[in-house]
Design a protein around this ligand. Structure first.
Ligand code: QV4
Ligand code: CA
Length: 478
């Protein structure tokens, strides 16, 4: 009996940290600014068959229409109500996407903007994606509804109502982040409206949430809102399943608020990961990593902010603009056991640097996808739970490591060709490299690697290869 109770508690306490991915799946992809109809098709055609566990989608709820004169991507971070219409599509399209993706085992994680509504300079009218009336000046949002009583200005003591000093916890949480009208999350009414919004998404079949701007919310307020959330929809999830929560807290050290304050609520975005990994791939080796515990972290090489100079990370962040290094970074992340992994699918825009800053960082979709990582997602699924083993390096920028006896990956990030015989830990046989090709039936469309009876194999990688790495795993054994 005691044992049974213990299990129940352990189960409950881990709940909001679980991705709820279908068995054998390990990674999500961020489909930034994708439309719901395209995502539904992508689930059936590509993401389901290629072993993706889930998708982070752009905010689905009503937002302000910003004319700049063209509409920027970031208008979606300025809510006007919790109705489900946006540039990605209608509520009907959203429901259809969730159903079709869930049916092929690819679950939907919503980017939830609950710290604030639109910017204080947003004006008044119905320039919003579902046409709801709002007035940013009087803080009236009729689509919810919220009134001026539901905002925080009475608790913010800076001269202009804005966050001015990230060293002051009260400012960071009670004042306006870049002018965005800050919700009073201690109010029962506001908590209720937000919980109803998230519960509506859960009832549609959504599996969890990214909580935007979590640093700007008190951990206790978030905890209260989470306690109001329903279990996931039993059409797809076992009864009693809790939504995954991952909170956006940028903690690179040196601020008053630390990521660990949020561990009790769920996972936290680990921004150090992309920054340090970028340094590693750029050959700035040897820094201490100092990450949060693996079972509290959600990790990524880049995100929608820092791939265009917003948010955290700075110059070391790898993005698709440097495709060769980027692919090394994404492959390394997916091969390494740490954290829950999220890959990025965004769109290209034309950059225009003025005094070192891209003045086109606001440009919105439409998009072209770039997806060079499908086989590495299958690699991660195949080696899930296996130890980090058989590390090798040449003392420089040729490295290799294994995952138990299920997978092995080798990188040549030197300016000379690599030719090395390494201990892979894999069973003897011929394996198909899943980077240069893949196993199709009984043949291999890429490079073949022969593992001897002692587990060793010879790897040759040209320094001029666009993809200077080789990955083999037991499900790609010929
Ligand atoms: C402007 C002025 C302000 C002024 C305000 C007055 O710059 O000084 O106070 O008007 O109204 C946009 C504009 C910004 C504008 C603001 C309000 O860029 O210039 O302020 O709107 O009109 C995204 C973008 C922001 C954008 C915001 C809302 O990155 O540029 O602001 O959407 O559209 C910190 C936080 C972290 C945050 C990160 C970027 O701790 O939480 O900064 N990351 C998340 C999201 C991010 C999003 C937000 C938070 C806000 O990942 O995409 O910001 O929801 O590190
Ligand atoms: Ca706040």
């Amino acid at each position: 009996m005691k044992l049974l109770l213990l299990f129940v508690f352990v189960g409950l306490s881990c709940a909001q940290y679980n991705t709820n991915f279908r068995a054998g799946r390990t990674s999500m992809v961020h489909l930034f600014e994708w439309r719901w109809v395209d995502i539904a098709a992508e689930c059936e055609r590509y993401l389901g068959p290629n072993g993706f566990g889930g998708i982070q989608v752009s905010p689905p709820n009503e937002n302000i229409i910003v004319s700049n004169p063209w509409r920027p991507w970031y208008e979606r971070y300025q809510p006007v109500s919790y109705k489900l219409c946006s540039r990605s599509g209608t509520e009907a399209q959203f429901r259809d996407m969730v159903t079709r993706c869930n049916n092929v085992g690819v679950y939907i994680y919503v980017d939830a903007i609950i710290n604030h509504m639109c910017g204080s300079g947003g004006g008044a009218g119905t320039h919003s994606t579902c046409g709801s009336y709002f007035n940013a000046g009087t803080k009236e949002f009729s689509g919810v509804p919220y009134s001026s009583l539901d905002f925080n200005d009475n608790k913010c003591y800076t001269s202009n109502g804005e966050i001015q000093n990230y060293g002051d916890v009260n400012q960071v949480r009670n004042c306006r982040l870049v002018g965005l009208l800050d919700l009073a999350l201690e109010k029962d009414y506001v908590r209720g409206k937000i919980a109803a919004f998230l519960n509506n998404l859960i009832s549609i079949g959504v599996a969890g949430f990214r909580l935007d701007a979590a640093k700007h919310m008190w951990p206790g307020d978030i905890s209260n809102i989470i306690s109001r959330l329903s279990n996931l929809n039993t059409q797809w999830f076992p009864s009693g399943t809790r939504p995954l929560i991952f909170q956006e807290v940028i903690d690179l050290g040196g601020e008053a608020i630390s990521a660990s304050e949020y561990y009790g609520n769920g996972r936290v975005t680990e921004f150090k990961y992309g920054a340090k990994l970028g340094n590693v791939v750029r050959k700035n080796w040897g820094e201490g990593w100092g990450f949060m515990p693996s079972n509290r972290a959600l990790v990524f090489v880049d995100n929608h902010d820092n791939q265009r100079g917003h948010g955290a990370g700075g110059a070391s962040i790898l993005t698709f603009w440097e495709s060769r290094l980027y692919k090394i970074g994404v492959a390394f992340m997916l091969a390494h056991p740490y954290g829950v992994t999220r890959v990025m699918s965004s769109y290209r825009w034309s950059r225009n640097f003025v005094n070192g800053k891209d003045v086109n960082d606001w440009i919105g979709p439409p998009s072209n996808s770039d997806g060079s990582t499908k086989n590495m997602v299958i690699f991660r699924n195949t080696v899930d739970g296996q130890a980090f083993t058989n590390w090798w390096d040449n003392g420089g920028n040729q490295i290799a490591f294994g995952r138990g006896n299920r997978g092995f990956i080798v990188f040549n990030n030197e300016s000379w060709n690599m030719d090395a015989t390494l201990n892979t830990g894999l069973p003897a046989g011929t394996y198909c490299d899943v980077i240069s090709g893949q196993k199709e039936g009984t043949r291999c469309t890429g490079v073949q690697v022969t593992v001897s009876s002692t587990g060793s194999a010879r790897f040759t990688i040209s320094s001029s290869a666009e993809d200077p790495f080789i990955a083999i795993h037991v499900n790609a054994k010929l």
